[in-house]
Design a protein around this ligand. Sequence first.
Ligand code: ADP
Ligand code: MG
Length: 398
Amino acid sequence: MTALDDARGLLASLTDAPLAGVWSSAGRANLIGEHTDYNEGYVLPFAIDRRTYAAVSPRADDAIRVASTFDPDPVELPIARLADTFAGEPGAAVRRGDVPEWAAYPLGVAWAALEASGRAPHTVLGLDIAFASDVPVGAGLSSSAAIEGATAFALDELWQLGLEGIQLARIGRTAENEAVGAPTGIMDQVSSMLGRADAATFLDCRSLEHETVELGLAAEDLALLVIDTQVQHAHSTGGYRDRREACERGAALLGVPALRDVAVADLDRARTVMDEVTFRRVRHIVTENQRVLDTVRTLRERGPRAIGELLLASHASMRDDFEISVPELDTAVDAAMSAGAIGARMTGGGFGGAAIALVESAAQDRVTAAVTEAFAAAGFAEPRIFPVTPSAGAGRDL
Ligand code: ADP
Ligand code: MG
């Protein structure tokens, strides 16, 4: 059974109404550009071949009901109550806290989609939506953007909202920020929804301009491995906040709106106006932005085999300057490289989570075995290692 079949099966257990369609969106991984998003810089993520599916049927009434294979209880709200629930109107009959957290992702998308399109609740169709997914949750592969994307693309078509891909990505972010209450950027939604097969999405987090950059892994017989360490350190939330503050402090000391506005050539001056730790945080962001630009250019001019050094330099910068790596991630990168990977780096927010490695397709088993052995030798829990294929973003499946 695939996740698509699971979504259809769950829907069939909820309703006898005919299937209106199945839509899906992808998980994502970040090739390079870490912690650059909130500094208004550049990122280069790609959609992966793990997806969340939304199977949808119309309802005769004006309610929206969501169900997931993750949770036995469906959640139902009248469409006219979405604004009360998520816009937090005082005295509202339904509040955000009344919906289980997972349901705030798809119901938040429905609310944000109505707001963004200016459609009145009584003009849209009642729906039953059933979700199933093969995106690992909480591994830094953005299952949240995948459920948002599947919902947003389904509603855009069924409610005839006429929105563009980037608008649907913004709706996903609004749902996550305001309905769920998670302060995330827009990288996840853009890469999940707008990805292309064998390509990455080059996103300018200030202007939201984005371009597809061919990766060309298939033609070169290359593969990408995700090495999920399955560790998440307790200080990750505090560490994230601390790094954001250091970046804001650095930008203020340099008199710029965001570190995006600092060039590598400005770093000598930066060193003279701030303490050593803040300087190293700044240097990571400034050099990482440049590495994203260099990676895009290198991919276009020389192909994927030439980006290994940039991936490694990114990892070293996160380990030494930004100090967000952990021994498990360093071990993953070192063992993958010793076993012949072309490049590797930790990916995601840090303090645990996953690394990615770019390898020859024929070397996947060797690299997997070497990393597994290195973890055992270091006394770490066994990592979960699996290939990911850069894939298409959101769309209709049936
Ligand atoms: P991730 O790195 O996977 O995006 P998040 O914490 O951002 O981690 O999002 C995970 C949350 O998204 C889950 O805890 C759940 O609330 C919601 N979610 C994601 N996928 C699904 C799904 N298929 N069904 C129900 N909820 C989901
Ligand atoms: Mg997420």
